[in-house]
Design a protein around this ligand. Structure first.
Ligand SMILES: Cc1cc2nc3c(=O)[nH]c(=O)nc-3n(C[C@H](O)[C@H](O)[C@H](O)COP(=O)(O)OP(=O)(O)OC[C@H]3O[C@@H](n4cnc5c(N)ncnc54)[C@H](O)[C@@H]3O)c2cc1C
Length: 392
């Protein structure tokens, strides 16, 4: 579509991101700032680089996508995190599996940041064993009626829409009776309750679905065919979680779910007079190596679970070093000391990185079974109707 050469495109991408702080000056609040940022990105012709223009994308080739990926890795503002589930997970799943009508309905507003998405997967009794979910959807004419409880739902408090998986046929084995839906979060049957984490921040929520309604047209893919799509979405999630970045937002934010960057740790070591400490230097070298490796692995197109695992290992390692460098402040700090609070937040937050998007053990199981070809975990329940399985 565009005759713009990749190097000119690259300069335009850099110029846009250089201008983001000015663009957001004076805009208060996480969601207004995020929406303003994303709308400006869309106006600049920089959303959906590889997506067709009739879906709000730019229709550009893979070389432009690669340029955007490379440049944005270091400069994406924390406002982008608000759209991680929409852009990184819902959009590619609807693009690949949704009807044309669903693609037209949901992709353009997601790209422009007009609709924020959350992910209604995990339940109190179904996390790693996601296919054991019990939220059920029952057909009622042109609609589905959904009842159940979801948990750990990141960003549900800001979300307009959810990608939901629910059980639509308990007489089928557990992987086969699940359907994927898009759900309107702004309706009486949806209650969102925040959960405060160890960091003191409530980034995720419990979501209660009490006869929430979904139009039949908002089924993504086939009825009872949702498990394959759920897995496809998780692969997108792991790929985007494992992409890595060299920048982490200031202060407390969801963008803090990235490993602490090397540059900030070096700076802290220097300020604390620990830069010549051989143990600190060794850790810094390992963190630098990890940070360099991840974009290269992503470019080679390795299995998404590798990037996801890297992120959590790197995240823990970097947080551990931050903790050591902080000295006593790592355990007890004044919350009005913004510097100490920033480091403490990331140290406390790093454990959650291992869980969101599937735990380390689940990534290792996936790699063992799907990449190394090891035997599948035994599961006598794979062919038993869900209704006949023992439940918690
Ligand atoms: C920061 C964060 C954000 C999240 N955001 C969302 C979200 O937006 N939407 C959403 O739906 N969910 C979200 N989650 C939930 C997340 O996906 C689950 O926490 C995760 O899948 C683990 O499930 P669980 O907590 O029920 O733990 P469990 O499944 O109960 O696991 C407990 C422990 O047992 C281990 N284990 C379980 N099964 C196996 C096995 N087969 N082999 C080896 N070890 C095993 C696990 O590794 C873990 O250590 C989020 C979680 C966090 C921490």
């Amino acid at each position: 579509m565009s005759a713009e050469p990749p190097d000119v495109f690259e300069r335009r991408v850099r110029a846009f991101f250089d201008g983001v702080p000015l663009l957001l000056e004076g805009i208060e609040g996480r969601v207004p700032r995020a929406r303003a940022y994303r709308a400006a990105l869309a106006d600049a012709g920089l959303v959906g680089i590889g997506l067709p223009t009739d879906l709000g994308g730019q229709g550009l080739g893979p070389e432009y996508e690669a340029v955007y990926e490379r440049v944005s890795l270091d400069v994406l503002p924390q406002e982008e995190a608000t759209f991680g589930i929409g852009i990184g997970m819902a959009v590619p799943t609807i693009r690949d599996h949704g009807s044309r009508a669903l693609q037209r309905r949901f992709i353009p507003p997601a790209l422009r940041g007009e609709e924020i998405w959350c992910q209604l997967y995990s339940e109190p009794g179904a996390g790693s064993d996601l296919a054991g979910l019990t939220a059920r959807a029952v057909r009622d004419g042109d609609e589905w009626v959904v009842t159940g409880q979801k948990v750990w739902t990141s960003g549900a408090q800001h979300a307009d829409l959810a990608i939901l998986i629910a059980r639509t046929d308990p007489d089928l084995p557990k992987h086969r009776g699940i359907t994927m839906f898009a759900l309107d979060m702004h309706q009486p049957g949806v209650t969102v309750r925040p959960l405060v984490q160890v960091t003191g921040v409530a980034e995720f929520n419990e979501v209660f679905l009490d006869e929430a309604r979904v139009p039949h047209d908002w089924v993504v893919g086939e009825v009872n065919g949702g498990w394959a799509l759920a897995v496809a979405l998780l692969a997108h999630e792991r790929a985007s979680l494992g992409r890595g970045t060299k920048t982490v937002a200031d202060g407390r934010s969801k963008a803090g779910r990235q490993p602490l960057p090397y540059a900030g740790l070096v700076d802290r070591a220097r300020r604390n007079g620990r830069l010549r400490d051989p143990v600190v230097r060794q850790e810094l070298a390992a963190i630098y190596t990890g940070e360099q490796l991840i974009p290269w692995l992503a470019q080679r197109g390795v299995h998404p679970s590798i990037g996801k695992l890297w992120r959590t290992i790197q995240g823990r390692r970097a947080a551990q070093l931050a903790h050591v460098l902080a000295g006593p402040l790592g355990a007890a700090w004044e919350t009005d000391d913004t510097d100490a609070d920033y480091w403490a937040y990331h140290v406390l937050n790093c454990r959650g990185m291992s869980l969101g998007g599937g735990t380390d053990e689940i990534q290792r199981n996936t790699l063992g079974e799907r990449v190394l070809g090891l035997p599948r975990e035994s599961g006598p329940d794979r062919d038993t109707p869900f209704r006949d399985l023992p439940h918690n």
